[in-house]
Every structure is written in structure tokens, then in C-alpha cells.
Design a binder for this molecule. Structure first.
Ligand code: XMP
Length: 516
């Protein structure tokens, strides 16, 4: 897929945990931005017609052997540059300033006071709150650089070099704790780099439509529809581009949410008139899961059998050479090796190597440049139902990783009913769309209870509700007690077989979001 934007700002990655956030903020200013290796060549930057460069933060010290850097000739291209934290330190050091090495970290809020009127701070109050997260610090600016803002403890909190058109900030404008950070990055992208702001959902859809048509010609494309946001939006986008050349395959693995297959059929087949093949493989999956309690084996069984079933369904589509996937930009960043300067490498759950296992040689990935919020904006623009575009993430192995111990048809039914009540109550109370995930977990534990004068001895269930921005870390949510009470009493009253509900108050780390 070619880059659908004419104007772009590149972010040179020095490994900051916030690098992706910088790209998101620039895109929120309606300017396309992409994260690239910090050693990108000036020739490539020129060839791409880049409007601006941002040097990210990072965990290294410029004094450290092998500290990451970039090609200094990038500063001679006449393209505005903004260095953030390590980015500022790197160019200050390179151009002859002094960076003081420090063992201690300054982490937290600071008050930034501007000096003069710099275009970087247009529409930002003269004194504003910013977020600091650094150890080293510039203590003497490089020749030609002037201070444009300071904090109480950091004189060189923001600098510029008017002739070179280079700016640097010690704080992090990309994080929400910097009160006017979005405005600062907007100023850089739109006012300093002069970008017009043409990166919008409708523009993207137009460009992606042309690209998809060019790539697949008259060929047939197969897409595995899971019901998740990414595959649903990819399906809608592809369908807009190539209509009946798109064949969606939905595999019911028997561990989906209640009514999932019907909901997908209604949306995609009835409303959007897409080709969709519904494969009911529930029995096969559940047979293979019988007697299995080990979480990793469950995952492997489900992943492995999915490939078999999908491959079989794909065979029935003549001349299908293309496999479409809802890969998004964070997946691309993680698998590309960008971020190699980062301190901790994250693991993710997307099935690797699937296209090759399925025997396709050509991939169509119309969302590979997009962040989740952009995928959602495109889904809405394409007319997908709100509840589909905004639904919470759901793991590939489905309810199997939320049924601790053996997965049996009865236990699946029990959890589906409880899960349905959780979704209903969270939605009714307005909490469903405020949290990252909210779900029920069926425990391999029976407890004693009393109902209507009778003793019960039935299953216990855990309720898990977490807040997160990317699933890598998470906090448990302090839901109103009244809502917790309602969910609990509805489940105990309406789901025969569950007589106790407990609330999970574990964050990630040390817990994971799913229980298995
Ligand atoms: P954990 O449990 O690792 O989950 O904290 C982090 C996020 O990933 C989701 N998850 C999965 N998603 N396939 C997926 O597509 C999987 O196998 C899988 N396992 C966990 C989980 O729901 C959470 O949002």
C-alpha cells in the first residue's frame, strides 16, 4: 500500500516509550506522520518530500558508547526539525552544546515559562504545565541556539535556531499531562512546517480505494472476519473498493460471545450485502479442546485448527490469490524492528506467519498505516454500526482463555450468558465505552450459597474491568459499587450455575488482562 498522503512528517525513533504518541498527535493535526529508523538517509527524506522531522526521546545518554544518532546532513535539507528530550540532547551535543550527565531522573510536572513569542508556542499561555521525564539535561546551548522557554529547574527547556529552523524541547509535548502539548505539536506541523491538514478519514478512504483496486485488479480477495474492529473495518473498506471480489470468511470456533455469528451476518450480509461465508466449526473446536486445561495448549489448539478450517473454506473461492488482513500500524512498528533502541521489547498476540501457512503469496493490508483511533474514524465514515466500531478488544482464542480449566459446551454457555449481562449493564450505565475491557471469567471453583431457602453449590465467576491505552499495561477500574452490585445480582439471579461473583482488583503488571 503506498503512502496516501502528500504531506508528511517523519519521526526518527530513538526508542522513547512515547514515540507512537508523537505520531498520533501529529496525525490529530491532520498531517500524516510515520515513524522511521533514526538512521534514515537524507536522500530518502528528500525523495519523500518530507515537510518536517521530529527526533524522538529515548532511554540512552548521548555520552554512552553506541548512543543512537542520525545523519547530521538531515539538518541541511531546509526542512524544519523538532527534537524532543533525547532528540534535543542529541543535536545540542552534536552542534557543540553541553549535555550534563545525570544519574537521577526528573519525572513529573513542571511549569514552563516562555521567553518572547515563538511560533512553536502560538496560542499557548505564557506559563503552562508540561511533563518532564529525563535524566540528562542541556546546560549550555549549541552556538546559534536561543532559549525560548525555561522551567524552574531546567533553563534549556525549549530552544530554537532561527536560521536553521531547528527547535528542541526537554519536556514531552506528546503526553496528555502537558497541558498544551497538542497545540505545540499542531504549531510545529501546521504553522512551522506549513502542512495544510489534508489527512482525514475521507481522504484516506479515497486513496486506499484506488490503491486496493490497483493492487488486486480483477482478482479475488479473502478476508478472515473475526468480528473485531480491525477486520470489520478492513472488510468494509475492501468492499467499498472491490465489491463482490471480496469474500469474507467467518469461522465460528464455539467460543465466541453470545449471538456473535448472527450479529455479523446481519451487519455484513444483510445490511452491507457482502459475500460472507459462515463456517460453523464449533463442534470441531470443542472436541479438540475436550480434557485440555493448559492455557498454552488451548491457544495452540485453537490457532492450529483455525488455520485448517480457514484454509478449507478459502479453497472454495476460485482464483483467490490475495489474503486481506486488518493489520494496523502498531503491529507494523512492532514487527519492523523500529523501536530497537527501546528499553523493553513488548510481545504481542497477533498470529505470525499466517499468510504463508494459508498458502497465499499476496497480502492486502489496507489499515497498515493507521492507529486504532483512525481505524475507528474510517469505520464510522464507512457507515459501520457504532457498536461494532467501538467494541472492546476480544482475544483470538475467545472465551476459551476466560474459562479456567476445561472448556466444555456447558461452561461456554454459562460464560456466554454471564458475559452478555456484563456487556448489557456496562453499556446501559455508559461505562462500556469508557473502559478498555470488561468481561466475565469462569473459575474452576465451586462455592456454597443459599437461594430461596435452598443450599446451592455452584460456580464462582470473576468480573474483570480494566483501563488501558494499548493493552500493554492496565489498571483495574474502580466501578461504582452500585453497578458492581447490579451486575452481580443479575448474573446470580439469571444465570443458573453461577452463585458467586468476585471482582478482580489486579493491575497489569503484575497480572495480565486475560486470566489465561
Ligand atoms: P494480556 O492478557 O496479555 O492481554 O494482558 C493484552 C490484550 O491482548 C488481548 N489478548 C489477545 N488478543 N489474541 C488476540 O488477538 C490473543 O491470543 C490474545 N490474548 C490476549 C487481551 O484481550 C488484551 O486486550
Amino acid at each position: 500500500m503506498s503512502n496516501p498522503a502528500t504531506e508528511q512528517i517523519l519521526i526518527l525513533d530513538f526508542g522513547s516509550q512515547y514515540t507512537q504518541l508523537i505520531a498520533r498527535r501529529i496525525r490529530e493535526a491532520n498531517v500524516y506522520s510515520e515513524i522511521v529508523d533514526s538512521m534514515i538517509s537524507p536522500a530518502e527524506v528528500r525523495a519523500r518530500g518530507v515537510s518536517g522531522l521530529i527526533l524522538s526521546g529515548g532511554p540512552a545518554s548521548v555520552h554512552q558508547a553506541g548512543a543512537p544518532g542520525c545523519d547530521p546532513a538531515l539538518f541541511d535539507l531546509g526542512v524544519p526539525v523538532l527534537g524532543i528530550c533525547y532528540g534535543l540532547q542529541w543535536f545540542s551535543h552534536h552542534f557543540g552544546g553541553t549535555v550534563k550527565r545525570s544519574g537521577a531522573r526528573e519525572y513529573g510536572p513542571a511549569l514552563l515559562t516562555q521567553r518572547g513569542d515563538n511560533p512553536l508556542f502560538q496560542d499557548v499561555p505564557p506559563i503552562s504545565k508540561v511533563w518532564m521525564s529525563h535524566a540528562d539535561e542541556v546546560v549550555r546551548g549549541a552556538p546559534g541556539f536561543e532559549i525560548i522557554a525555561s522551567s524552574e529547574s531546567v533553563p534549556y527547556a525549549a530552544v530554537w535556531h532561527p536560521a536553521r529552523r531547528v527547535w528542541g524541547v526537554q519536556f514531552h509535548p506528546e503526553v496528555v499531562h502537558t497541558d498544551h502539548g497538542k497545540q505545540i505539536l499542531f504549531n510545529f506541523a501546521r504553522r512551522i512546517c506549513g502542512c495544510s491538514g489534508a489527512w482525514t478519514a475521507s481522504h484516506y478512504i479515497e486513496q486506499a480505494t484506488q490503491d486496493i483496486r490497483r493492487q488486486v485488479g480483477s482478482g479475488a480477495v479473502i478476508l478472515g472476519l473475526s468480528g473485531g474492529v480491525d477486520s470489520s473495518v478492513a472488510a468494509a473498506l475492501l468492499h467499498r473498493a472491490i465489491g463482490d471480489q471480496l469474500h469474507c470468511v467467518f469461522v465460528d470456533n464455539g467460543v465466541m460471545r453470545l449471538g456473535e455469528a448472527d450479529a455479523l451476518r446481519t451487519t455484513f450480509a444483510q445490511h452491507l450485502h457482502m459475500n460472507i461465508r459462515m463456517v460453523d466449526a464449533a463442534t470441531g473446536f470443542l472436541e479438540r479442546l475436550a480434557g485440555v486445561t493448559d492455557p498454552e495448549r488451548k491457544r495452540k489448539i485453537i490457532g492450529g485448527y483455525f488455520v485448517e478450517v480457514f484454509r478449507e473454506a478459502a479453497r472454495t473461492v476460485p482464483d483467490a490469490r490475495f489474503l486481506a488482513q486488518g493489520t494496523t500500524y502498531p503491529d507494523v512498528i512492532e514487527s519492523s524492528g523500529i523501536g530497537k533502541h527501546a528499553d523493553n521489547i513488548k510481545s504481542h498476540h497477533n498470529v505470525g506467519g499466517l499468510p504463508a501457512q494459508l498458502g497465499f503469496d499476496q497480502l492486502v493490508e489496507p489499515l497498515r498505516l493507521l492507529f486504532k483511533d483512525e481505524v475507528r474514524a474510517i469505520g464510522e465514515e464507512l457507515g459501520l454500526p457504532h457498536e461494532m466500531v467501538w467494541r472492546q478488544p476480544f482475544p483470538g482464542p475467545g472465551l476459551a482463555v476466560r474459562i479456567l480449566g476445561e472448556v466444555t459446551p456447558d461452561r461456554v454457555t454459562l460464560l456466554q450468558k454471564a458475559d452478555h449481562i456484563v456487556i448489557e449493564e456496562m453499556t446501559k450505565s455508559g461505562w462500556y465505552y469508557k473502559v478498555w475491557q470488561s468481561f466475565a471469567v469462569l473459575l474452576p471453583v465451586k462455592t456454597v450459597g443459599v437461594m430461596g431457602d435452598c443450599r446451592t453449590y455452584e460456580n464462582a465467576m470473576a468480573l474483570r474491568v480494566v483501563q488501558s491505552s494499548d493493552g500493554m499495561t492496565a489498571d483495574w477500574v474502580d466501578l461504582p459499587h452500585e453497578l458492581l452490585g447490579r451486575i452481580s445480582s443479575r448474573i446470580i439471579n439469571e444465570v443458573r450455575g453461577i452463585n458467586r461473583v468476585v471482582y478482580d482488583i489486579t493491575s497489569k503488571p503484575p497480572g495480565t488482562i486475560e486470566w489465561e
